[in-house]
Design a binder for this molecule. Sequence first.
Ligand SMILES: [Zn+2]
Length: 202
Amino acid sequence: MDQIRIGKFIAEMRKEKGLTQRQLADILLISDKTVSKWECGKGLPEVSLMLPLCETLGINVNELLSGEQLSAVEYQEKAEDNIMRLINEREENKKKMILSGVTVGVTIMATVTLFLVSGLTVLPNAARIALIVIGLLVMIGGLGVAAVLEWDAGGFVCPHCKEYFVPTMKAYLMGAHTITRRHLKCPACGKKSYCIRSLGKK
Ligand SMILES: [Zn+2]
């Protein structure tokens, strides 16, 4: 997706409707910073905001993603292309999440096996300690790889302003979390809350 082109198009359509960034933001129940970010090409609207945005601007999603108004013929040509690109990105992110889960599983099994072997078999102390150290290294390495994969698989949506953002690696790793939520600070409204994982557009 050409974010800069899409951003310019959003700005153009907004002005055509006689709306300020603030007014558009109020209609969509989001912050004006978010609108400004889209228009600067620094981010795309979260999927759940695309329909209300298009409705407000009097365009369709296909035009939004193409960054231009389309004739009927162009519309057909661009539609599949845009849909496939959105689906591919979400699929890729889903794969990363699954791979991350598998990595965690394999890591835990390998670590537990190493610890069991060191604890249950008759071994010299040095070998026992070596196994425990290897087990710890496998665990740290495996969980590290899993965390990077998961961090890379899309971003989060702020429950207050619906801003979609990708946290920094540090904020991501430090944030308390459940399976689908993570405690993060929203860059748009500044509120700290449990943000919802989204496989949507980066
Ligand atoms: Zn927010």
